[in-house]
Ligand binder design. Structure first.
Ligand SMILES: CC(C)(COP(=O)(O)OP(=O)(O)OC[C@H]1O[C@@H](n2cnc3c(N)ncnc32)[C@H](O)[C@@H]1OP(=O)(O)O)[C@@H](O)C(=O)NCCC(=O)NCCS
Length: 178
C-alpha cells in the first residue's frame, strides 16, 4: 500500500474517494455529488490531500487545511473504506499528514469530530455543557465514537461547540502538538 498525493488520482479513484465519504459519513455528505464537490473544493495547492492506495484501489484518504499563517492545520476529512477499517490505515494516514504539516512549518493539528447521532455516543452528548465545561472535558469518555481513534493518535480534547448538530449534539475539538 502506498500513500500518495490525491492530485495524482485518476477519475475512477476520485469517485471511489467520494463514495467512501458518502458511505462512511452520511450525516456530513449525504449524496455522492456533495462528496465530489468537497474533494474538488479541497484539492487545491494550499491544502494537502493524501490517499492510501493498493493495486489501484483507494482504501482511505484524508486532508489538512492550513490556518493561522500555516502554524495550524485542520485535519479534514479522514475516512477509511469499511472493509479495511481497524487495520492501521487510519494511523498511517494521520502520521503522513502530521509529517506533511510539520514539513510545512505546522505546530498544531486539530479537528472537529461531530457527535451527531441522535442518541449521542460520547460523554459530551446530551449533557449541559454550559454547566462546568472543564469537568466534562476532563472526564471525557469517547464511548463508541471515532474520537477514541484520535485519542490513541495522541490528540486531546481542547474544546467543544455545544449543540453544533442540534440540541445535545456537539462538535468536539481535538488537537495535538506536532
Ligand atoms: C476513524 C477511522 C478513520 C479510523 O481508521 P482505521 O484505519 O480504522 O484506524 P486504525 O486501524 O489505524 O486504528 C488505530 C487504533 O484506533 C482504534 N480505533 C479505530 N477506529 C475506532 C473507533 N471508531 N472507535 C474506537 N477505536 C477506534 C483501533 O482499534 C486502533 O486501536 P489499537 O491501536 O489499540 O489497535 C475509520 O474507522 C473510519 O473511516 N471511520 C468512519 C469515518 C470517520 O469516522 N472518520 C473520522 C471523522 S472525524
Amino acid at each position: 500500500m502506498k500513500i500518495i498525493n490525491m492530485d495524482t488520482l485518476n477519475e475512477k479513484q476520485i469517485n471511489q474517494s467520494a463514495q467512501m465519504l458518502t458511505d462512511e459519513l452520511p450525516l456530513g455528505w449525504a449524496a455522492f455529488g456533495e462528496a465530489i464537490d468537497e474533494i474538488k473544493e479541497r484539492l487545491v495547492p494550499q491544502n494537502t490531500l493524501l490517499a492510501a492506495v493498493e493495486n489501484g484501489e483507494v482504501l482511505g484518504w484524508c486532508g489538512i487545511l492550513p490556518s493561522y499563517e500555516g502554524k495550524v492545520f485542520e485535519l479534514h476529512p479522514l475516512v477509511v473504506v469499511k472493509h479495511m477499517q481497524r487495520k492501521g490505515i487510519g494511523t498511517m494516514l494521520v502520521k503522513a499528514l502530521e509529517d506533511a504539516a510539520r514539513s510545512r512549518g505546522g505546530i498544531t493539528m486539530w479537528l472537529g469530530a461531530d457527535d451527531d447521532k441522535p442518541d449521542g455516543e460520547t460523554s459530551l452528548a446530551n449533557v449541559d455543557l454550559y454547566d462546568n465545561l472543564p469537568k466534562h472535558i476532563k472526564e471525557f469518555d469517547p464511548g463508541t465514537h471515532q474520537t477514541a481513534f484520535y485519542l490513541k493518535m495522541g490528540f486531546k480534547v481542547v474544546g467543544v461547540m455545544p449543540d453544533a448538530n442540534g440540541i445535545g449534539r456537539p462538535d468536539i475539538y481535538l488537537a495535538k502538538r506536532l
